[in-house]
Design a protein around this ligand. Structure first.
Ligand code: MN
Length: 183
């Protein structure tokens, strides 16, 4: 974690570029002097809390948008480096590739189901939608007691707030990606 003035500095630079604002324009919008803004942006001064409030109010941002480290542009994940969540005596392995993202309200998993794997899942919160793509094997999804067979190269979407289960059909390992999007 970088010191606070470095985080504010890089956030301000990014936001000002995104909105194509000059320091003069920003000074008018925020009631913070141009020289102070310039020092904050260069990271040569630690802004006071009231200055941060003035800037975020002027830009109509929340306070945290200026003081929180923004996510890096690119993130590469290797499933082999992740500890899978294990179910069904290890026959169902869930790798949390992108855990719940507070801002974007979704999570993404890579899941392997060995022959015979079966999992009755807990329904997700109201309004959640689940998206599954099957990359190998054959998956049986049961939603609200309706059964759907989803083969390799196919996908399924359903209301994740309903009772549902997953089962690997046949002898081939079933590999799927799963996205859960929250309302
Ligand atoms: Mn589910």
């Amino acid at each position: 974690m970088n010191p606070i003035h470095e985080i504010v500095s890089s956030n301000m630079k990014r936001i000002r570029e995104e909105r194509k604002l000059s320091l003069d324009q920003l000074a008018k919008m925020t009631d913070v002097s141009k020289s102070m803004l310039s020092q904050i942006e260069r990271g040569t001064v630690v802004p006071t809390i009231s200055t941060i409030w003035k800037i975020t109010n002027g830009l109509k941002l929340s306070f945290t948008e200026l003081v929180q480290q923004s996510e890096t542009t690119v993130k590469v994940i290797h499933c082999a480096d992740l500890d899978p969540l294990i179910e069904n005596d290890g026959k169902y392995r869930n790798f949390p590739v992108f855990p719940f993202d507070e801002k974007r309200k979704f999570e993404m998993y890579y899941i392997e189901l060995d022959e015979g794997a079966y999992l009755a899942a807990e329904p997700h919160p109201a309004g959640a939608a689940e998206y599954i793509v099957v990359f190998s094997g054959e998956l049986r999804v049961c939603v609200d007691e309706e059964e759907y067979t989803v083969g390799c190269g196919s996908a399924i979407r359903f209301h994740g707030d309903r009772p549902h289960s997953y089962e690997c059909l046949g002898s081939d390992q079933c590999r799927i990606s799963m996205v859960i999007a929250y309302d």
